[in-house]
Design a binder for this molecule. Structure first.
Ligand SMILES: [Zn+2]
Length: 407
């Protein structure tokens, strides 16, 4: 396979997590008696542009299906994060009634609603019908299609080029990252700003958080690789911020090369940090396979001893992260009896691969678990408070990643 960015041959493996179904392919009760498709989950490193990427195996339409169940607005901390971002960018970029904001992968309108409230013209581009429909019902204009250069041309023909183009947690999720980057550049006005947020590869490598790897997540980006990709579309990064979201993310600001915007010191600083860690050298990529194996063994030991002691074990958060770890470790419903999730769209369904039933909070309370595992560890503070308020002080509450830890 060749690099999706620079087309060099890929022969360095970061980690091979075996096979698993797409992390968001939740199953109905009827699906349990049908065949389930498992795809290889292997991650490769380009030793030329240092883009870390999943092995090619299928089209994106297989992964982002109609029933895609992730609704951004179900996470309260994420909605708050988005509100702050919207207010800051309105002020910093001086956006008003004559401006135009486009968000790519606008989901259920969790972010654009804040631009709408401020009277700023906006457009969402969201390929998943179920989430796009939720945005449209909030009065947020949304195009239900995948972004590619053809669609970008169509959009700027019908509307106009945007002063601000936002892509939060989408850049890493597109297989054709080059075409996507070209599309973003097309959508931006001459002085327009692009803001992208994506999980930072440096954190994944530092913390061995291999469970942030899943099929929907095609690229694992650093400032180095992101800058390389954008530069091929005529864009330059001029500011970068490090965020705590998703276990450690970057928010980058970019403009067209011709723009006179001053490059902030944060860019050079982070490029140096990444280089010092070894982002641009092979050695930094050699330890993750062993680390993933150690976490798997630890998780299995813990769950098997819980079962031997007759403990009732539940999990919280039917997130993609959890699925990678559960399927890599081969955990099924004999080790974790149920997983509770606040999203009604997931309740009554089953996790892909492990087939653990997804229940509501009332069912979890009635089950009265001895142990609860928080699967989306990046939200563990918010979830821990909810679990203690619901279940009291008795159950042991743990998270599995990056290492097994009691909370
Ligand atoms: Zn490359």
């Amino acid at each position: 396979m060749n690099c999706r960015n620079c087309e060099s041959n890929l022969d360095l493996v970061l980690v091979d997590l075996g096979f698993s179904p797409p992390s968001n392919a939740y199953l109905s009760h009827a699906d349990l008696s049908k065949a389930e498709v498992w795809f290889p989950l292997k991650v490769l490193v380009c030793q030329k542009c240092w883009l870390v990427q999943t092995l090619d195996f299928h089209a994106e339409s297989d992964v982002f299906t109609e029933s895609y169940a992730y609704f951004s607005s179900t996470s309260t901390s994420w909605v708050e994060h988005s509100r702050i971002f919207a207010e800051e960018s309105i002020e910093e970029l001086g956006l008003g009634a004559n401006s135009f904001v486009i968000e790519v992968a606008s989901n259920d309108g969790y972010l654009l609603q804040h631009f709408k409230e401020n009277g700023i013209p906006h457009l969402g581009i969201e390929p998943t019908k179920s989430t796009a429909q939720a945005a449209i019902s909030k009065g947020i204009e949304t195009i239900t299609e995948f972004l590619n250069p053809q669609l970008a041309q169509k959009v700027i023909g019908i509307y106009k080029k945007a002063d601000l183009v936002i892509g939060n947690n989408v850049f890493a999720h597109v297989p054709d990252i080059r075409g996507f980057s070209d599309s973003l550049a097309l959508l931006m006005s001459e002085k327009g700003t692009l803001v992208l947020e994506f999980p930072h590869l440096l954190k994944l490598l530092e913390e061995n958080s291999f469970d942030t790897i899943y099929h929907e997540h095609f690229s694992y980006l650093s400032l180095h690789s992101c800058s390389d990709i954008l530069s091929r579309s005529g864009l330059k990064v001029w500011k970068v911020e490090e965020l705590a979201t998703h276990g450690g993310s970057l928010r980058i600001y970019a403009s067209h090369n011709a723009s006179t915007v001053k490059v902030d010191i944060s860019v050079e600083k982070l490029l140096k940090t990444e280089k010092a860690f070894g982002i641009t050298s092979t050695a930094a990529y050699l330890g993750l396979t062993d680390a993933a194996g150690r976490t798997r063994d630890q998780v299995l030991d813990f769950l098997v001893s819980c079962r031997a002691e007759g403990k009732k074990v539940a999990a919280y958060g039917a997130a993609a992260k959890g699925n990678t770890l559960l399927n890599f470790a081969g955990v099924k419903s004999n080790l974790i009896q149920m997983v509770c999730d606040s999203a009604p769209s997931k309740q009554g369904n089953y996790l892909p691969g492990s087939h653990i039933p997804i229940v509501d909070l009332q069912t979890l309370r009635e089950f009265s678990p001895d142990v609860v595992i928080i699967l989306p560890w990046n939200l563990s503070k918010e979830i821990l408070a909810l679990l203690r308020a619901t279940l009291g002080e008795d159950p042991k509450i743990v998270k599995f990643s990056p290492v097994l830890q009691e909370l």
